[in-house]
Design a binder for this molecule. Structure first.
Ligand code: FAD
Ligand code: UDP
Length: 371
């Protein structure tokens, strides 16, 4: 029987490879990079001893019990709660927008009910069905908070006016009338003790799986029973209909003694500051950070993804949606290939959703081959 091929050794490819390997298939998993774990790759920085998230900070959070059990099977998850600050015009505020933020920003001491009534008085309730990011923000928190925390950050992050972006981007963030400053609402949250790359290594540790790094899909000449492709959708088709738009990120590392900023993530929404946020990675591992004398932090700059850059965030404006539809039709007609993951489906997917979808894709494939 011919082998299965998983293109890309991120969570998508690794989970599918494992599920099929356990069901008795022989799987070749490849990645053109020289490491596994895709954009979740972590490594220990030799100078500071800090576990660095190579492609930007990754926090695992989910409401899906099956996915939580899955990551805990392949790695030791340590307690971690993401708490983010924002530096706005030289003052530091709590995020996501909560009672503390409101009281700091308006120099008040509102109770939850008072704050809710106050924000309601500021919110643009006349916008009945917010369509854009801007409309959603104005309806949600009103103009003052929108301009201070969201307008500048969003323009830097996406490179377009918030009035041109879908409301769904903001819907990811909570607004709370309590002092709860947990950045996420999910019941399960944590950080892998030995990094995400170790979790993926354990997922791939199966006698039916062969891993090949520095290997591009186009260079393979083996025939496969089926291919699960987690690379960029437009790239698979040689970009012949055009390129799907992405934002890419540049990271500027800063090394220091001790503690650089006292928190894992500080956002910088001001429009005149060129970066969006600074993440200091030793704070993602609070169980070991006290033992580390040195530190490393990264300023994060967002820009349009060009040829040769790493695609990070799918932009999904109207013209991309149109192009995506055309590529999706071609993908559906491509026999023997299933397109998966963040790049293969051109969607912003958190790790937990990526794993849940990969489990489902594998299940569906197994059900089909058993028929
Ligand atoms: P990827 O991780 O991108 O893996 C795809 C792999 O395929 C890559 O390694 C690539 O080299 C390889 N590849 C592509 N084409 C080819 C080819 N032709 N031949 C061979 N190999 C190929 N999620 C969270 O849950 N929490 C977070 O805090 C979080 N933070 C994020 C921060 C940033 C800055 C970004 C951009 C994403 C974040 N995510 C977060 C999302 C997370 O990165 C994704 O869920 C995850 O990486 C998706 O895994 P994947 O396997 O689909 O894709
Ligand atoms: N956002 C913002 N200000 C902030 C944080 C987020 O305007 O301080 C907006 C921005 O448009 C961002 C979106 O909210 O893209 C989602 O934020 P999140 O923190 O989830 O961004 P991610 O971690 O996905 O980059």
């Amino acid at each position: 029987m011919k082998r299965i091929c998983a293109v890309g050794a991120g969570f998508s490819g690794a989970v599918i490879a494992r599920e099929l390997a356990e069901a008795g298939f022989r799987v070749l998993i490849i990645d053109e990079r020289d490491h596994i774990a895709g954009n979740c790759h972590t490594y220990r920085d030799s100078e500071t001893g800090v576990m660095v998230h190579a492609y930007g900070p990754h926090i695992f959070h989910t409401a899906d019990e099956r996915v939580w059990a899955y990551v805990n099977r392949f790695g030791t998850m340590m307690p971690y709660v993401n708490r983010v600050k924002a530096n706005v015009r030289g003052r530091v505020y709590s995020l996501p927008v909560n009672l503390h933020t409101i009281n700091q920003f308006f120099d008040s001491a509102f109770s939850p009910r008072e704050a809710e009534a106050f924000i309601r008085s500021k919110a643009r309730l006349d916008i009945e069905e917010p369509r854009s990011f801007e409309e959603q923000a104005l309806r949600f928190v009103g103009e003052d908070i929108y301009l201070a925390f969201f307008a500048g950050y969003t323009k830097k992050q996406w490179g377009v006016e918030p009035s041109k972006l879908p409301a769904s981007i903001l819907k990811r963030l909570p607004l709370r009338f309590s002092y709860d400053d947990n950045y996420f609402n999910h019941p399960y949250q944590g950080m892998p003790r030995d990094g995400y790359t170790e979790v993926v290594r354990n997922i791939l540790d199966h006698h039916n799986i062969e891993l090949r790094l520095r290997c591009e899909y186009g260079d393979l000449d083996e025939q496969f029973q089926h291919v699960f492709y987690s690379g960029p959708l437009d790239r698979y088709f040689g970009y012949d209909l055009g390129r799907l738009g992405y934002r890419t990120l540049d990271f500027e590392g800063v090394r220091a003694e001790g503690d650089f900023q006292g928190a894992a993530v500080i956002n910088y929404p001001d429009p005149d500051i060129p970066f969006t946020r600074i993440s200091e990675h030793k704070h993602f591992a609070p169980w070991e950070s006290a033992q580390l004398d040195k530190t490393i932090a990264f300023r994060e700059y967002s820009r349009l993804c060009g040829e040769g850059d790493i695609p990070y965030y799918p932009i999904r404006l109207l013209n991309e949606e149109r192009l995506l539809k055309q590529y999706e039709e071609r993908a559906a007609a491509e026999a023997g290939v299933t397109f998966v993951g963040r790049l293969g489906t051109y969607q912003y997917l958190d790790m937990d959703v990526t794993i849940a979808r990969a489990l489902k894709v594998a299940e569906e494939y197994l059900a089909k081959t058993r028929q």
